[in-house]
Design a protein around this ligand. Structure first.
Ligand code: NI
Length: 258
């Protein structure tokens, strides 16, 4: 039984009404597609390492451009998202590269990694990136009692708000496991992903770049982790390649709320 049943009926109706009309509806819209893509990624993950030397990313883009309709003129939006940070050195390297390229990204932070890295969190917010919640201890929210799950989420949001002064509206649940009832409990919108770079398994810059560049579609949300040097390098190279190909990098909320 969800705790929502303990909320007075009028308030419950209001909550469901507001959330249903706006955010949840929009988030649910993209969720189906994200899950499909996730399944595809999981399906081919085992074969990824066996493939030989990767095709250069530039060549993949060139080929794709030949098949695209010329001159549509529309800006193709995509979002880079980084989980599990902040990291004491790689997050700032990434922030430097993003600033140089005038790109905004999304960071889903772990409460346990925020401790001692408050200045980095402040910088992420000050530079206009979106900060979301990734729970305190990187837990599978669906395996916890509701009270504990709420605490994981709300403690992390409070911690972020205390540093940035901003309300945290979005959560990326670890492992992509989300309990929909919690949406009403914590009043947060889940953001999943459509391209999984598997950066944490390969730690190979070329493979990460190739994976993203060959899979990319408009409105994709790309999952990465700012915990590795290889990821920072890959992210910046992906930006350079895809900006040249007409993509605009936006924060993830822009894609789910459209
Ligand atoms: Ni994570």
């Amino acid at each position: 039984m969800g705790r929502i049943s303990g909320i007075p009926a009028w308030k419950r109706g209001l909550l469901v009404g507001i959330m249903g009309l706006t955010a949840v509806g929009a988030a649910a819209g993209i969720r189906g597609r994200q899950i499909e893509r996730m399944a595809a990624v999981i399906g081919d993950a085992s074969g990824a390492e066996e493939s030989g030397s990767p095709e250069p990313a530039e060549e993949i883009l060139e080929k794709e451009n030949l098949t695209e309709e010329a001159g549509s003129g529309e800006i193709k939006k995509i979002a880079l998202t980084f989980d599990d940070g902040p990291h004491p050195c790689y997050t700032e390297q990434l922030l430097d590269g993003l600033a140089e390229r005038n790109v905004k990204a999304t960071f889903f932070l772990l409460g346990t990694n925020i401790e001692g890295n408050e200045e980095i969190v402040k910088r992420i917010a000050a530079e206009g990136h979106l900060i979301g919640n990734h729970t305190y201890y990187h837990v599978d929210i669906t395996k916890l009692e509701e009270e504990e799950a709420c605490r994981e989420i709300l403690d992390t949001s409070e911690q972020i708000t205390a540093i940035t002064g901003q309300t945290v509206e979005y959560i990326r649940p670890p492992f992509g496991n989300w309990d929909k009832e919690l949406e009403y409990e914590v009043m947060m919108i889940p953001i999943f992903w459509s391209v999984d770079t598997l950066d944490w398994t390969t730690k190979n810059t070329d493979q990460i770049v190739q994976k993203v560049v060959s899979d990319i579609e408009e409105n994709d949300i790309i999952l990465m982790h700012d915990s590795y040097d290889s990821t920072v390098k890959a992210a910046l190279r992906i930006i350079d390649l895809l900006q040249a190909d007409g993509y605009e990098f936006v924060t993830a909320d822009e894609l789910i709320l459209e």
